[in-house]
Design a protein around this ligand. Structure first.
Ligand code: FES
Ligand SMILES: [Fe+2]
Length: 366
């Protein structure tokens, strides 16, 4: 299985990348070192010195350049060697490491693993509810030993709440919920609507539903390539007016570490007008969801990956159910984008991906 390279991926949360200490993370099978230069800007380089291949992330940042921990070559933000402490100090032209374009937005560092010259042609996707100027935000991270598409399957089919999360997120109303799905211009949308559901205490409390009261819950999942999801949850007590609906919105970003492991970043945002209550609620949401994600989803994803091993997903002839429509659509879109990227070769970003980007503001299923 190949990766889509000409796309923006989340490499880290902003707070993980500090000025003093270089930070290593494997992204799409490549070790990358992330650090901040003297201006605070994030730099992303291959985490491998071109001299004897020492990990640069074990080095230190001096005057904005990264010093190799083994023999002291220093590399600047462009990836070129800027200091050689040996001999006449001449800078060997071959002494350079690959530099990756980066952006910093929505509390995250984004990286472009593809052709650097194409990065400016593709804007970041929108996650306005994570703009720290207007929203309280809180975030969580899990490393999962499973392919990123298994995580996308998981998020695009929340019927599993009933079976995998029976005492935390789910209820027996999930499997009989109304299910709608659509795709538009390579965005996939899946919406599940329950009615008169008895919510688990954690969910009821988060959405201000009185204990024992039945509620209607809408779970609206939106997916965009390469693995960027927004989940909007709408809850109101069944006999309450529509305007009493409470809304929770979260981002779920999937970045492949390897073919069989995934960086799962998730974040919540609530408007700053909510004051202290909003700040506390985003924090509680992440803390409350970390337990089912870590203790229920993660073991299942990893068990699936062990069962699949190195086999190709479709070669295993997975059974198709009505609940799979969105997830299968997302898989097919990724397969097409990866094939087009490969076919485009040096031409760069495929026409299809550009088309997606141009219409990134299109809202489906609103
Ligand atoms: S391995 Fe980096 S300078 Fe020698
Ligand atoms: Fe789950």
């Amino acid at each position: 299985m190949a990766f889509l390279h000409n796309a923006w991926y989340v490499a880290a949360f902003s707070k993980e990348v500090t000025a003093g200490s270089p930070f290593s993370r494997t992204l799409l099978d490549r070790p990358v070192v992330l650090y901040r230069d003297e201006h605070g800007a994030v730099v992303a380089l291959d985490d491998r010195c071109p001299h004897r291949f020492a990990p640069l992330s074990h080095g230190r940042v001096i005057d904005g350049a990264l010093e190799c921990p083994y023999h002291g070559l220093r590399f600047g933000a462009t990836g070129n060697c800027v200091f050689n402490p040996h001999g006449d100090g001449k800078l060997p032209s071959a002494a350079a490491v690959r530099r990756y374009p980066t952006r910093e937005r929505y509390g995250a560092v984004w990286i472009w693993p593809g052709k650097p010259e194409l990065a400016d042609r593709v804007p970041l996707r929108d996650f306005p509810f994570l703009d720290p100027d207007h929203y309280f935000t809180s975030e969580g991270y899990l490393l999962t030993q499973a392919n990123y598409q298994l995580s996308a399957d998981n998020l695009l089919d929340l019927s599993h709440f009933q079976y995998l999360h029976p005492n935390t997120l789910g209820s027996d109303a999930m499997a009989r919920a109304t299910l709608r799905h659509a795709d538009d211009n390579d965005k996939v949308w899946v919406c599940r609507q329950t009615s008169a559901e008895l919510l688990q205490p954690f969910v009821a409390q988060a959405f201000n539903v009185a204990p024992g009261k039945r509620a209607d819950r809408g779970l609206d999942v939106r997916w965009e390539p390469p693995g960027l999801l927004t989940i909007i949850v709408r809850v109101r007590e069944t006999d309450a007016p529509l305007e009493a609906t409470r809304v929770g919105i979260s981002a779920h970003w999937l970045t492949p570490e390897t073919e069989a492991s995934t960086h799962y970043f998730f974040a919540f945002g609530l408007p700053r007008e909510m004051g202290e209550a909003g700040a506390a609620l985003v924090q509680n949401s992440v803390e409350g969801l970390m337990a089912p994600f870590r203790d229920e989803d993660l073991p299942m994803l990893e068990a699936q990956q062990r069962a699949i091993g190195a086999r190709e997903f479709w070669a295993m002839r997975p059974v198709m159910l009505s609940i799979d429509a969105g997830a299968i659509r997302a898989r097919r879109i990724m397969e097409r984008l990866i094939a087009n990227e490969s076919a485009a070769g040096d031409a760069g970003v495929s026409d299809v991906l550009q088309r997606v980007v141009v219409r990134a503001d299109v809202e489906v299923g609103q």
